[in-house]
Design a protein around this ligand. Structure first.
Ligand SMILES: [Zn+2]
Length: 461
């Protein structure tokens, strides 16, 4: 099925004002999933969305219970013989602190200079509404979609997706599709159209080091017992070499090596090392030898201490050997590392390098799987063509240092190839004060998604 793009354009132009008003309405709902007092707002956003989906012509729109904030889902399954697309986005948003750094009330959207400012304007309400409004326009113009479509909008992405995996497992059959689009990303630096082909996973742990039964006198006992803070420092120092390599036996075993094609894709990304360094206020960039900065960020695993505490840190001096010392550690993981396996390796190595004279405990805090998108999958390539046709340039393939665990869940639980898409501007202040969305990206996103449906239907799954 080919779309009449002139008719689609006319429809979108005629509805532009009304569509923007709906966007503003959506942004006015403070659906902060991480703050319990906003639970009714999350539900209100879900119900609002279900209404929009029905009005757009989607079928079986449902506010589905998860045990937490609901999932909103709907489908349209009348494209016989055409592939089925599952599209995911999330309607919940981050908290707004620090409020005094906002130049507007976060839930009273401001439209200015081609932008819309509000909490959630980009992440991720833009991608939610792009999908809804694309469907609405296509159905209004053509009466049918080129593909079968299942939409899933989550309400807990910003609070660790606590109930999503169980919901996906329980609904595996009704979510069956040929490809999943996880619409929770955006464009590359310079607002260049991009497809996120990899996301890092994570493994989080805490180290607890225990020495004497309480803080003791460093003169009376010093030199006769191990100091937990010294011991913790020795453990941490042993976990990484001066070459930036993580010194945990087996840690790199499952890391997918970079191919020449991968490295060429990295080299193609516009990136200014000096600007990156200066923006962070650091005297130099460092990392694993043999890799560029973008490769280190996108394709290599990490080990970082996120916090460390123990002993006396007040004013002046206090001559003690502390009883305990503690640290929080996270590893960012890349395909095909398994977070559980990495935790085991990390724990074993910490216990192996720990000096005698202290008791060491390593606690598993949590984890998430990395994802790597098959670039040559028909859906990814159809989406690339749609981006080029809409924005006038072929997309960049980027690997993000961060994590969207849900992308891995669609791959592992529902068994779908996942393409991570989205239209957020790269500097849209997600999770920060004065979040904004580029309205040209929003309008382009609707058209690109329409073209994707058309392209993917033509290419076949
Ligand atoms: Zn998001």
């Amino acid at each position: 099925m080919t779309l009449d793009h002139a008719a689609l354009e006319a429809n979108l132009a005629a509805s532009a004002e009304r569509r923007l008003a709906r966007y503003v309405d959506f942004l006015r709902i403070p659906s902060i999933s991480g703050i319990p007092a906003h639970a009714p707002d999350c539900r209100r956003a879900a119900e609002w969305l279900a209404g929009e989906l029905t009005a757009a012509g989607m079928e079986h729109a449902e506010v589905a219970e998860t045990g937490g904030h609901p999932v909103v889902c709907a489908d349209w399954l009348h494209a016989a013989g055409a592939p089925t697309v599952l599209l995911y986005a999330h309607y919940d948003v981050q908290p707004v602190d620090p409020l005094d750094e906002w130049e507007l009330a976060p839930f009273e959207p401001l439209v200015r200079d081609g932008r819309i400012l509000a909490r959630g304007a980009s992440d991720d309400k833009s991608n939610v509404l792009i999908a809804v409004q694309a469907v609405e326009a296509i159905l209004a113009v053509a009466g049918r979609l080129p593909v079968n479509l299942k939409l899933v909008f989550e309400g807990e992405e910003e609070s660790s997706s606590v109930h999503l995996d169980a919901w996906l497992k329980a609904n595996r059959e009704r979510l069956a599709a040929d490809a999943a689009l996880v619409a929770d990303s955006g464009f590359f630096a310079g607002n260049a159209p991009a497809i996120t082909v990899a996301l890092r996973g994570i493994c989080a742990a805490e180290i607890h080091v225990r020495g004497p039964f309480q803080d003791v006198h460093s003169g009376v006992y010093g030199g006769t017992i191990e100091n937990p803070v010294n011991a913790l420092a020795a453990i941490i120092a042993a976990l990484k070499g001066p070459d930036g390599r993580i010194r945990i036996p087996g840690f790199y075993d499952d890391v997918a090596p970079l191919t020449d094609v991968d490295r060429a894709a990295f080299a193609e990304l516009p990136f200014d090392e000096e600007e990156y360094r200066a923006s962070l206020g650091v005297p130099a960039l460092v990392g694993e030898s043999g890799f560029t900065t973008l490769e280190r960020r996108g394709a290599r695993p990490t080990l970082d201490v996120n916090g460390i505490w123990g002993g006396f840190a007040g004013e002046g001096s206090k001559t003690i050997i502390p009883a305990t010392a503690h640290a929080k550690i996270t590893c960012r993981l890349v395909a095909s590392q398994d977070p559980e396996r990495v935790f085991g390796l990390l724990r074993d190595q910490i216990l192996r390098v720990a000096p005698p004279g202290v008791a060491v405990e390593v606690v598993h805090i949590g984890g998430g799987h990395p994802t790597l998108t098959p670039i040559d999958h028909a859906a990814t390539q159809a989406y690339a063509r749609a981006l080029e046709a809409t924005f006038g340039r072929p997309p960049l393939y980027m690997r993000e240092g961060g994590s969207i665990p849900v992308a891995a869940s669609f791959a592992s639980i529902v068994g779908l190839p996942v393409t991570v898409i989205g239209f957020m501007p790269p500097d849209g202040n997600f999770h920060a004060p004065n979040e904004w969305m580029d309205l040209a990206n929003f309008e382009g996103g609707i058209r690109a998604l329409a073209r994707f449906f058309e392209e993917y239907a033509a290419a076949g799954a």
